[in-house]
Design a protein around this ligand. Structure first.
Ligand code: ADP
Ligand code: MG
Length: 624
């Protein structure tokens, strides 16, 4: 029997499409606050947002007569006609969020516009309006969402643990807070402050507020423009990477999006600079002509479609490469990394233990020290309880009025993290690296070349450098039409798997074009009479051995790209670090390195350079 569904049932089903977990509620409410022009937004959650979510903003508010309507399905103030769809400037426009949220939770709304004297207080449960009364409250809107899915137990079961839901929320709010640098965000979990941003539009300041100063101060600035595109932001130097993409944030024309195109562009720029399975950090803001992209691909607008993805990815990859070519991108030794030597004749550990003890005796009792450490830890982790009260009221009992008025109050005290934000972050370096300015100072451990320029001291890994130089030469040779070969006195002999001979047609010409001469000798055997001129015998041999082994995995050689990938990989495995070098060889090596496309890492992603700034050395010697 076909029946029209009861309205409440239909609402619950529809709600599932917009609201699947606490994070999606928060995203919708945040977007509403931003659309309302708020520049101060406080987000509070408990138990991963399952029990409690409260978002307070200082935006335009909702007029008394329209407050109830805001919860009706397809009720929106943001568009009126179909034509408006083509020129949407707000984050929301479907008029579905509030309707969906109130279908599956207990919702409370307190709101007031500037022009009205009193505000409205609404309570809704499962789409039913329970209260709509006048109330005194400040301008702006507060939405509280309690007991998510209290009336849809089946959905509740699909929620993850509190901590997993919290992580999703923190991640999402972080992204939004970063992309709206002019808006002050406070995120509070239970009774602890997760972060607060200053809303002063400084990207680096916001990164530091959200991810901490350890991350922030390592970052390299990106700034580039070309043909109507402008890219700004920060990326990590190759020495700083993450095991996932969680710290890659892309913002296109003001929207936080996920994008394969931008991820791939980043990967291309970092190719051979990172170990396999590591990802750069990136906070990138792209501004581009709006007619060159389509933002409506995905219902929650997380994805965009670029009209010309190649134009975008080329531009972004070039900009990131340029940012990575500066001095600041080299791995750095900082003074905090080095423990100053203590008294001679004593183990360092002992010396430190001794020092600690001494410090304690000079100052406080052990208990006092412990208490102090505990205090410090508390300070570092969260704002003090006092400040929290002043900053934003946490307890549910504290009413919205207090929150809103305290939001306007400038904060008097700051917790440790915010203190750090106030100290202006180190000015990022933008000078390009100049190989010509490097002066060679000797070698240590037969491996590391010491060099210096005006403001820095460098250690160069001779083996890694040699690998890089050799690898790029080999690739150049491979791509070059004119091959220089060297004949061998004794031919090399390779006994290979049947798979190799069976596919000979697909690979033979290509490998010979590198400078090899390879001849089938029958019986699954090849003789190699000539090798590329710039390869050492051992390298040439390792290359072929690795290459033939790769063919045994039955790759699809009809695809030219696959063959090239195998050759490149075998090149990498063939490269060997050099032996001890003479002074003139070192000069030559550094010069060769300077003309490499990717001089700062070996083909496997290890760094070739380590840098220590003069400033850091002076710091260690306590001169600054
Ligand atoms: P949409 O955002 O797609 O318009 P919503 O269901 O999210 O739909 O919101 C419905 C309407 O309620 C909005 O169009 C807006 O007019 C109003 N509204 C919701 N949240 C706020 C807020 N925080 N401040 C001011 N108005 C709001
Ligand atoms: Mg909305």
């Amino acid at each position: 029997m076909i029946k029209i569904l009861d309205k409440h049932v239909a609402d619950k089903i529809a709600a599932g499409e917009v609201i699947d977990r606490p994070v999606s509620i928060i995203k919708e409410l945040l977007e509403n606050s931003l659309d309302a022009g708020a520049d101060h937004i406080t987000i509070e959650i408990r138990k991963g947002g399952k029990d409690y979510i409260r978002i307070t903003d200082n935006g335009c508010g909702i007029a008394a007569g329209e407050a109830e309507l805001a919860f009706a399905r397809h009720a929106t103030s943001k568009i009126t006609s179909a034509e408006d769809l083509d020129s949407i400037e707000t984050l929301g426009f479907r008029g579905e969020a509030l309707a969906s949220i109130c279908a599956v939770a207990r919702v409370e709304l307190i709101t007031k516009t500037i022009s009205s004297k009193t505000g409205r207080h609404l309570i809704l449960e499962g789409s039913k309006l329970l209260e709509n009364t006048a109330t005194g409250c400040p301008d702006g809107t507060t939405v509280t969402v309690r007991d998510l899915f209290y009336n849809v137990p089946a959905r509740k079961k699909f929620l993850a643990s509190d901590s997993a839901e919290t992580r999703r929320i923190v991640d999402m709010v972080s992204r939004i807070a970063l992309s709206y640098g002019d808006v002050k965000f406070n995120l509070i979990n239970g009774s602890s402050k997760v972060f607060s941003t200053r809303g002063n539009g400084n990207i680096l300041n916001n990164i530091i507020s959200i991810y901490g100063s350890d991350t922030g101060r390592e970052l390299l600035p990106v700034e580039s423009s070309r043909g109507g595109f402008l890219l700004k932001g920060f990326i990590s130097p190759p020495a700083v990477s993450a095991p996932s993409r969680s710290r890659q944030i892309f913002c296109v024309n003001g929207r936080v999006i996920s994008s394969d195109v931008l991820e791939k562009a980043l990967d291309a720029a970092y190719r051979e600079k990172l170990f396999h399975g590591r990802f750069p950090l990136a906070f990138l803001f792209l501004a581009m002509p709006p007619d060159k992209l389509d933002v409506n691909v995905h219902p929650t607008k997380k994805e965009v479609r670029f009209d010309d993805p190649f134009e975008v990815s080329d531009f972004v990859a070039d900009a990131v490469r340029a940012a990575l070519s500066i001095k600041g991108s080299l791995p750095q030794i900082r003074h905090e990394h080095i423990k100053p030597l203590q008294h001679t004749g004593r183990g360092q550990k002992e010396a430190q233990a001794g020092k600690k003890l001494q410090d304690m005796r000079e100052t406080q009792t052990v208990q006092e020290v412990k208490a102090m450490q505990e205090m410090q830890e508390v300070q570092y982790a969260f704002a003090s309880a006092k400040e929290l009260q002043r900053d934003v009221a946490v307890a549910e009992e504290v009413d919205v009025k207090n929150i809103l008025s305290s939001m306007r109050q400038e904060q008097i005290t700051q917790d440790a993290r915010q203190m750090q934000n106030l100290l202006e972050p180190e000015k990022p370096e933008t000078a390009p690296f100049d190989f010509g300015a490097l002066r060679f100072k000797g070698t240590i451990f037969n491996t590391y070349i010491m060099a210096a320029d005006e403001d820095s001291f460098y250690l160069i890994d001779q083996h890694a450098a040699h690998e890089r130089v050799f690898y790029e030469r080999l690739l150049a040779q491979y791509n070059n039409a004119e091959k220089v070969r060297q004949p061998l006195l004794m031919p090399l002999q390779f006994n290979v798997a049947a798979q190799v001979t069976a596919t000979e047609e697909a690979w033979h010409a290509q490998v010979c074009s590198m400078g090899y001469e390879i001849e089938f000798f029958g019986n699954n055997t090849y003789l190699v009479r000539e090798i590329p001129a710039f390869m050492e015998l051992e390298e040439a041999e390792t290359f072929l051995a690795d290459f033939f082994r790769s063919l045994e995995d039955k790759p699809d050689l009809t695809n030219q790209k696959t063959l090239e990938r195998i050759i490149t990989r075998s090149c990498k495995s063939a490269v060997k670090g050099g032996d001890a070098l003479s002074d003139s060889e070192i000069d030559a090596l550094i010069k060769d390195l300077g003309s490499c496309v990717n001089p700062f890492s070996c083909p496997h992603g290890r760094p070739t350079f380590i840098r220590m700034r003069k400033y850091e050395i002076e710091k260690l010697f306590k001169r600054v």
